[in-house]
Design a protein around this ligand. Structure first.
Ligand SMILES: Nc1nc2c(c(=O)[nH]1)N[C@@H](CN(C=O)c1ccc(C(=O)N[C@@H](CCC(=O)O)C(=O)O)cc1)CN2
Length: 297
Protein backbone atom coordinates (compact mmCIF):
# COMPACT_ATOMS: atom_id res chain seq x y z
CA UNK A 1 0.00 0.00 0.00
CA UNK A 2 1.47 3.36 -1.03
CA UNK A 3 0.86 6.15 1.46
CA UNK A 4 -1.44 9.07 0.66
CA UNK A 5 0.76 12.16 0.27
CA UNK A 6 -0.76 14.92 2.37
CA UNK A 7 -0.17 17.96 0.14
CA UNK A 8 0.62 20.90 2.41
CA UNK A 9 1.01 23.26 -0.53
CA UNK A 10 -2.50 22.49 -1.79
CA UNK A 11 -4.13 22.77 1.63
CA UNK A 12 -2.24 26.02 2.26
CA UNK A 13 -3.44 27.40 -1.07
CA UNK A 14 -7.04 26.51 -0.16
CA UNK A 15 -6.73 28.36 3.13
CA UNK A 16 -5.15 31.40 1.45
CA UNK A 17 -8.09 31.47 -0.97
CA UNK A 18 -10.47 31.47 2.01
CA UNK A 19 -8.56 34.39 3.53
CA UNK A 20 -8.61 36.61 0.44
CA UNK A 21 -12.19 37.93 0.84
CA UNK A 22 -11.51 38.71 4.50
CA UNK A 23 -8.41 40.71 3.50
CA UNK A 24 -10.43 42.46 0.79
CA UNK A 25 -13.16 43.40 3.29
CA UNK A 26 -10.62 44.84 5.73
CA UNK A 27 -8.91 46.75 2.94
CA UNK A 28 -12.23 48.06 1.61
CA UNK A 29 -12.94 49.46 5.07
CA UNK A 30 -9.86 51.58 4.78
CA UNK A 31 -6.86 49.76 6.12
CA UNK A 32 -5.33 46.55 4.85
CA UNK A 33 -3.86 44.18 7.43
CA UNK A 34 -0.22 44.84 8.23
CA UNK A 35 2.42 42.35 9.41
CA UNK A 36 5.77 43.46 10.83
CA UNK A 37 8.46 40.84 10.14
CA UNK A 38 11.56 41.25 12.31
CA UNK A 39 14.77 39.37 11.50
CA UNK A 40 17.91 39.83 13.61
CA UNK A 41 21.08 38.56 11.98
CA UNK A 42 21.65 36.69 8.75
CA UNK A 43 20.86 33.02 9.43
CA UNK A 44 20.23 31.62 5.92
CA UNK A 45 17.25 29.47 6.89
CA UNK A 46 15.61 32.32 8.81
CA UNK A 47 16.23 34.64 5.86
CA UNK A 48 14.50 32.21 3.51
CA UNK A 49 11.55 31.84 5.88
CA UNK A 50 10.94 35.56 6.38
CA UNK A 51 11.31 36.17 2.65
CA UNK A 52 8.71 33.49 1.95
CA UNK A 53 6.39 34.90 4.63
CA UNK A 54 6.61 38.39 3.15
CA UNK A 55 5.95 36.99 -0.33
CA UNK A 56 2.91 35.14 1.01
CA UNK A 57 1.59 38.38 2.50
CA UNK A 58 1.94 40.27 -0.74
CA UNK A 59 0.16 37.48 -2.64
CA UNK A 60 -3.06 37.92 -0.64
CA UNK A 61 -2.89 41.66 -0.06
CA UNK A 62 -1.50 41.81 3.47
CA UNK A 63 1.04 44.61 3.83
CA UNK A 64 4.36 43.46 5.26
CA UNK A 65 6.93 45.63 7.00
CA UNK A 66 10.36 44.14 6.52
CA UNK A 67 12.63 44.90 9.49
CA UNK A 68 16.11 43.47 9.09
CA UNK A 69 18.48 44.14 12.01
CA UNK A 70 22.20 43.32 12.28
CA UNK A 71 23.29 40.43 14.47
CA UNK A 72 24.91 42.95 16.85
CA UNK A 73 21.53 44.50 17.71
CA UNK A 74 21.22 44.71 21.49
CA UNK A 75 18.29 43.35 23.43
CA UNK A 76 17.33 46.88 24.46
CA UNK A 77 17.32 48.04 20.84
CA UNK A 78 15.10 45.11 19.84
CA UNK A 79 12.73 45.73 22.75
CA UNK A 80 12.48 49.39 21.75
CA UNK A 81 11.56 48.32 18.21
CA UNK A 82 8.87 45.98 19.52
CA UNK A 83 7.48 48.84 21.63
CA UNK A 84 7.27 51.01 18.51
CA UNK A 85 5.54 48.26 16.56
CA UNK A 86 3.10 47.68 19.43
CA UNK A 87 2.09 51.32 19.10
CA UNK A 88 2.06 51.46 15.30
CA UNK A 89 -1.55 51.55 14.13
CA UNK A 90 -0.61 50.16 10.69
CA UNK A 91 0.76 47.01 12.31
CA UNK A 92 -1.77 44.29 13.18
CA UNK A 93 0.74 41.50 13.70
CA UNK A 94 4.34 41.31 14.90
CA UNK A 95 6.64 38.40 14.07
CA UNK A 96 10.13 38.13 15.53
CA UNK A 97 11.86 35.34 13.62
CA UNK A 98 13.47 32.65 15.77
CA UNK A 99 16.12 31.77 16.68
CA UNK A 100 17.47 35.09 17.93
CA UNK A 101 21.22 35.57 18.54
CA UNK A 102 22.40 34.08 21.83
CA UNK A 103 22.93 37.46 23.51
CA UNK A 104 19.21 38.22 23.28
CA UNK A 105 16.67 36.66 25.68
CA UNK A 106 14.00 35.45 23.24
CA UNK A 107 11.39 34.93 25.96
CA UNK A 108 11.81 38.53 27.10
CA UNK A 109 11.35 39.80 23.54
CA UNK A 110 8.36 37.56 22.75
CA UNK A 111 6.64 38.59 25.99
CA UNK A 112 7.08 42.27 25.04
CA UNK A 113 4.83 41.82 21.99
CA UNK A 114 1.29 43.13 22.48
CA UNK A 115 -0.79 39.91 22.84
CA UNK A 116 -3.32 41.43 20.39
CA UNK A 117 -0.52 41.45 17.78
CA UNK A 118 1.01 38.07 18.77
CA UNK A 119 0.48 36.37 15.38
CA UNK A 120 3.05 33.69 16.23
CA UNK A 121 0.97 32.66 19.22
CA UNK A 122 4.07 32.46 21.44
CA UNK A 123 3.05 34.97 24.11
CA UNK A 124 2.24 33.38 27.53
CA UNK A 125 -1.22 34.98 27.38
CA UNK A 126 -1.91 33.36 24.00
CA UNK A 127 -0.62 29.98 25.19
CA UNK A 128 -2.52 30.26 28.48
CA UNK A 129 -5.75 31.05 26.69
CA UNK A 130 -5.10 28.10 24.34
CA UNK A 131 -4.57 25.80 27.33
CA UNK A 132 -7.88 26.93 28.82
CA UNK A 133 -9.72 26.42 25.54
CA UNK A 134 -10.36 30.16 25.17
CA UNK A 135 -10.19 32.04 21.85
CA UNK A 136 -6.54 32.81 21.16
CA UNK A 137 -3.98 33.38 18.47
CA UNK A 138 -2.53 29.86 18.13
CA UNK A 139 1.09 28.94 17.31
CA UNK A 140 1.38 28.59 13.55
CA UNK A 141 2.94 25.15 13.15
CA UNK A 142 0.70 23.35 15.69
CA UNK A 143 -2.35 25.06 14.21
CA UNK A 144 -1.18 24.09 10.73
CA UNK A 145 -0.73 20.44 11.71
CA UNK A 146 -4.27 20.30 13.11
CA UNK A 147 -5.66 21.89 9.94
CA UNK A 148 -3.75 19.42 7.75
CA UNK A 149 -5.08 16.44 9.67
CA UNK A 150 -8.66 17.67 9.51
CA UNK A 151 -8.56 18.71 5.85
CA UNK A 152 -6.91 15.48 4.67
CA UNK A 153 -9.44 13.17 6.32
CA UNK A 154 -7.36 12.22 9.34
CA UNK A 155 -9.21 13.97 12.14
CA UNK A 156 -7.36 13.02 15.34
CA UNK A 157 -10.48 12.66 17.52
CA UNK A 158 -10.37 9.35 19.36
CA UNK A 159 -6.95 8.53 17.91
CA UNK A 160 -3.71 7.62 19.68
CA UNK A 161 -1.22 10.34 18.76
CA UNK A 162 2.50 10.28 19.56
CA UNK A 163 4.46 13.51 19.23
CA UNK A 164 8.25 13.23 19.19
CA UNK A 165 9.64 16.52 20.48
CA UNK A 166 8.57 18.98 23.17
CA UNK A 167 9.69 22.40 21.92
CA UNK A 168 7.89 25.57 22.99
CA UNK A 169 6.94 26.36 19.40
CA UNK A 170 5.73 22.92 18.28
CA UNK A 171 5.66 19.85 20.56
CA UNK A 172 4.28 21.36 23.74
CA UNK A 173 1.50 23.50 22.25
CA UNK A 174 0.59 20.81 19.72
CA UNK A 175 0.14 18.23 22.49
CA UNK A 176 -2.37 20.57 24.15
CA UNK A 177 -4.22 21.44 20.95
CA UNK A 178 -4.68 17.78 20.00
CA UNK A 179 -5.89 16.76 23.48
CA UNK A 180 -8.33 19.64 24.00
CA UNK A 181 -12.10 19.16 23.66
CA UNK A 182 -12.33 21.14 20.43
CA UNK A 183 -12.62 20.57 16.66
CA UNK A 184 -9.30 19.08 15.61
CA UNK A 185 -8.66 17.84 19.14
CA UNK A 186 -10.04 15.01 21.30
CA UNK A 187 -6.98 12.81 20.68
CA UNK A 188 -5.10 10.78 23.25
CA UNK A 189 -1.62 12.25 23.18
CA UNK A 190 1.79 10.95 24.22
CA UNK A 191 4.81 13.28 24.07
CA UNK A 192 8.23 11.68 23.58
CA UNK A 193 11.46 13.57 24.12
CA UNK A 194 15.19 13.22 24.75
CA UNK A 195 14.55 11.51 28.11
CA UNK A 196 12.01 9.00 26.78
CA UNK A 197 13.21 5.39 26.94
CA UNK A 198 12.37 3.27 23.87
CA UNK A 199 10.50 5.79 21.70
CA UNK A 200 9.82 3.05 19.12
CA UNK A 201 7.72 1.11 21.65
CA UNK A 202 5.40 4.15 21.89
CA UNK A 203 5.32 5.16 18.22
CA UNK A 204 4.60 1.54 17.19
CA UNK A 205 1.19 1.76 18.87
CA UNK A 206 0.20 5.17 17.48
CA UNK A 207 -2.45 5.90 14.87
CA UNK A 208 -0.73 9.23 14.15
CA UNK A 209 2.98 9.95 14.66
CA UNK A 210 4.21 13.54 14.58
CA UNK A 211 7.96 13.95 14.19
CA UNK A 212 9.09 17.32 15.53
CA UNK A 213 12.49 16.94 17.11
CA UNK A 214 14.92 18.35 14.55
CA UNK A 215 16.72 15.08 13.85
CA UNK A 216 17.03 14.18 10.14
CA UNK A 217 15.16 11.02 9.15
CA UNK A 218 14.93 9.80 12.75
CA UNK A 219 11.50 8.17 12.31
CA UNK A 220 11.82 4.97 10.27
CA UNK A 221 9.33 2.36 9.07
CA UNK A 222 10.22 -0.12 11.83
CA UNK A 223 9.02 2.50 14.37
CA UNK A 224 5.39 2.73 13.15
CA UNK A 225 2.51 0.29 12.78
CA UNK A 226 1.17 -0.48 9.29
CA UNK A 227 -1.29 2.22 8.22
CA UNK A 228 -0.14 4.88 10.67
CA UNK A 229 -0.34 8.54 9.63
CA UNK A 230 2.99 10.38 9.70
CA UNK A 231 3.23 14.16 10.04
CA UNK A 232 6.77 15.41 9.53
CA UNK A 233 7.45 18.81 11.09
CA UNK A 234 11.21 18.61 10.58
CA UNK A 235 13.00 20.94 8.15
CA UNK A 236 16.66 19.89 8.20
CA UNK A 237 19.28 21.13 5.76
CA UNK A 238 21.61 18.28 4.78
CA UNK A 239 24.73 19.09 2.78
CA UNK A 240 24.53 17.79 -0.79
CA UNK A 241 27.04 19.09 -3.36
CA UNK A 242 24.81 17.73 -6.16
CA UNK A 243 21.85 19.81 -5.00
CA UNK A 244 21.20 23.24 -6.61
CA UNK A 245 21.49 25.09 -3.31
CA UNK A 246 24.37 22.88 -2.04
CA UNK A 247 21.99 21.25 0.43
CA UNK A 248 18.74 19.34 0.39
CA UNK A 249 15.88 19.53 2.84
CA UNK A 250 14.97 16.42 4.75
CA UNK A 251 12.41 16.01 7.46
CA UNK A 252 12.56 14.15 10.77
CA UNK A 253 10.92 11.17 9.04
CA UNK A 254 12.64 8.80 6.60
CA UNK A 255 10.12 9.53 3.86
CA UNK A 256 11.04 6.84 1.29
CA UNK A 257 11.29 4.22 4.04
CA UNK A 258 7.82 5.09 5.37
CA UNK A 259 5.97 5.44 2.06
CA UNK A 260 5.15 1.71 1.84
CA UNK A 261 4.01 1.32 5.46
CA UNK A 262 2.24 4.55 6.42
CA UNK A 263 -1.30 5.18 5.20
CA UNK A 264 -0.55 8.90 4.83
CA UNK A 265 2.54 11.09 5.15
CA UNK A 266 3.53 14.74 4.72
CA UNK A 267 6.48 15.52 2.44
CA UNK A 268 9.41 17.82 3.19
CA UNK A 269 9.40 20.27 1.52
CA UNK A 270 5.76 20.79 0.67
CA UNK A 271 4.08 19.61 3.85
CA UNK A 272 4.00 21.34 7.20
CA UNK A 273 6.22 24.27 6.15
CA UNK A 274 3.67 25.92 3.85
CA UNK A 275 1.03 25.36 6.52
CA UNK A 276 3.17 27.19 9.10
CA UNK A 277 3.41 30.19 6.80
CA UNK A 278 -0.29 30.12 5.92
CA UNK A 279 -1.46 29.98 9.52
CA UNK A 280 0.62 33.11 10.07
CA UNK A 281 -1.51 34.81 7.41
CA UNK A 282 -4.63 33.45 9.11
CA UNK A 283 -3.52 34.83 12.48
CA UNK A 284 -2.70 38.22 10.96
CA UNK A 285 -6.19 38.48 9.44
CA UNK A 286 -7.76 37.42 12.75
CA UNK A 287 -5.69 40.00 14.65
CA UNK A 288 -6.63 42.73 12.17
CA UNK A 289 -10.33 41.89 12.39
CA UNK A 290 -10.20 41.85 16.19
CA UNK A 291 -8.37 45.20 16.39
CA UNK A 292 -10.92 46.86 14.14
CA UNK A 293 -13.84 45.30 15.98
CA UNK A 294 -12.56 46.58 19.32
CA UNK A 295 -11.73 49.98 17.87
CA UNK A 296 -8.03 49.66 18.63
CA UNK A 297 -7.29 50.28 14.95
N1 LIG B 1 8.90 33.56 14.73
C1 LIG B 1 8.95 32.28 14.33
N2 LIG B 1 10.13 31.68 14.13
C2 LIG B 1 10.15 30.38 13.75
C3 LIG B 1 8.99 29.65 13.54
C4 LIG B 1 7.75 30.32 13.78
O1 LIG B 1 6.65 29.73 13.66
N3 LIG B 1 7.79 31.63 14.16
N4 LIG B 1 9.00 28.35 13.09
C5 LIG B 1 10.24 27.73 12.65
C6 LIG B 1 10.51 27.73 11.16
N5 LIG B 1 9.56 28.29 10.28
C7 LIG B 1 9.00 29.50 10.53
O2 LIG B 1 9.60 30.50 10.52
C8 LIG B 1 9.36 27.76 9.00
C9 LIG B 1 9.86 26.52 8.62
C10 LIG B 1 9.68 26.05 7.30
C11 LIG B 1 9.02 26.84 6.38
C12 LIG B 1 8.83 26.42 4.99
O3 LIG B 1 8.16 27.11 4.23
N6 LIG B 1 9.45 25.32 4.60
C13 LIG B 1 9.36 24.88 3.20
C14 LIG B 1 10.75 24.76 2.58
C15 LIG B 1 11.48 26.09 2.69
C16 LIG B 1 12.86 26.01 2.02
O4 LIG B 1 12.88 25.70 0.81
O5 LIG B 1 13.87 26.22 2.72
C17 LIG B 1 8.66 23.53 3.15
O6 LIG B 1 8.78 22.78 4.16
O7 LIG B 1 8.03 23.24 2.12
C18 LIG B 1 8.50 28.06 6.77
C19 LIG B 1 8.68 28.52 8.07
C20 LIG B 1 11.45 28.37 13.29
N7 LIG B 1 11.33 29.77 13.53
Amino acid sequence: MKAQIIDGKKIAADIRQELEPRVAALTARGSKPGLAVVLVGDDPASLSYVTAKERDCEKIGIGSFDLRLPRETTQEELLALVDRLNNDDQVDGILVQLPLPDHIDADCVLQRIDPAKDVDGFHPLSLGRMLLGLPALLPCTPQGVVEMLQRSGHDPAGKEVVIIGRSNIVGKPLSVLLALKRPGGNATVTVCHSRTRDIARLTAGADIVIAAMGSPEFLTADMIKPGAVVIDVGVNRVEDPQAKRGYRLVGDAAYQDLLEKASAITPVPGGVGPMTRTMLLHNTVCAAEARRATGTS
